[in-house]
Design a protein around this ligand. Structure first.
Ligand code: RIB
Ligand code: CA
Length: 317
């Protein structure tokens, strides 16, 4: 069982990442920290509380983080996730007890990450699935936490693919300076980028199958995923819902689900047209030391099965 902290910006695919992290026997979810990205910080925070309420996991600690990148103005993604960040169905309002506990906890995401890592009796895996602002600031504020972080398994970047610009992936693009701090931290990193996550898809047929279950969880998740799938089809021509963030979490549950190569990755922070590009040295042209395990292959069928089974099990709880 791995102790993890999930840092996210729900977001439809973040929602599935939360569901996986809460449901797997392989994961000890220490807490969820939220960051602005797919939508503004207030919305990604509330969306997280709504998802935990839906799956009845109001025991999970939640701490809200930054509402904007370190230097740049915030970029959100309403075309893909809608105005709420989770358009497509009405999630339950956050459970009052959970809201009260979060208010009592009253800790910033950065301080929650620092405190949790420092106090953990075993090394912690950090799983960022949004812009890396919280992680970068935590590393700057308390560098010693590096000694108790086993690995950062992040959804972000790409070797050849892109989405927010022709050169970059959204999470890295939003806060490239934060990404640079994380990628240069010396902490072991697994980069689960678009090259594999755009193959980790629930098709419209898969989503219809979930919708037909009409369970307490599937009945809400299915229309949300249908909205997300339609947005991805309309904008990128993808044949369903690419569950980017859920693949990063599934790698903890099933380490064979992706194959990686150990390569040098640098982050472009200055390019006029290439801001946020993860520059992956596939052929070791620079001769620079590798620093990232980069995902190149994915077992899409195993992934799809994991997602469906997890949602079906939650219906039965
Ligand atoms: O580029 C995809 C990533 O950006 C995912 O994490 C999605 O949720 C958005 O945050
Ligand atoms: Ca995300």
């Amino acid at each position: 069982m791995k102790k993890i902290i999930l840092d996210c910006d729900p977001g439809h695919d973040d929602m599935i990442a939360i569901i996986l992290a809460c449901s797997s026997d392989e994961i000890d979810l220490m807490g969820i920290t939220t960051v602005a990205g797919n939508q503004t910080g207030d919305k990604t925070f509330i969306n997280t509380l709504k998802v935990l309420t839906l799956i009845n996991r109001i025991d999970i600690p939640v701490a809200r983080g930054f509402d904007k990148p370190i230097f740049r103005k915030l970029t959100v993604a309403p075309r893909i996730h809608g105005v709420s960040g989770l358009d497509g169905a009405d999630l339950p309002e956050p459970n009052i007890e959970l809201l009260e506990r979060v208010k009592t906890l009253d800790i910033h995401a950065v301080d929650f990450i620092i405190k949790s890592v420092k106090e953990s009796d075993e090394k912690v895996t950090i799983v960022p699935t949004g812009p890396l602002t919280n992680i970068a600031i935590a590393l700057l504020k308390e560098p010693s936490i590096k000694d108790n972080i086993d690995r950062i398994i992040l959804m972000g970047g790409a070797v050849y693919d892109s989405n927010i610009t022709p050169a970059s992936e959204f999470n890295i693009y939003v806060d490239p300076e934060a990404a640079k701090i994380v990628f240069e931290s010396g902490i072991p990193i697994t980069m689960v980028g678009l090259d594999v996550t755009n193959k980790a898809i629930l098709t419209f047929k898969d989503i219809e199958e979930l919708n037909n279950l009409q369970g307490g969880v599937s009945g809400v998740i299915a229309p949300l995923l249908k909205f997300f799938a339609q947005a991805n089809k309309d904008f990128f021509g993808i044949g369903g819902a690419p569950l980017h963030d859920a693949l990063a979490v599934s790698y903890i549950i099933m380490p064979d689900i992706i194959k990686t190569k150990y390569l040098n990755v640098t982050i472009e922070t200055e390019g006029k047209y290439t801001r946020g590009r993860t520059v992956v040295d596939v052929y070791n042209i620079t001769g620079k030391e590798p620093n990232v395990d980069v995902a190149f292959e994915v077992n899409s069928l195993a992934f799809k099965k994991l997602i469906k089974n997890t949602i079906k099990k939650l219906d039965q709880r």
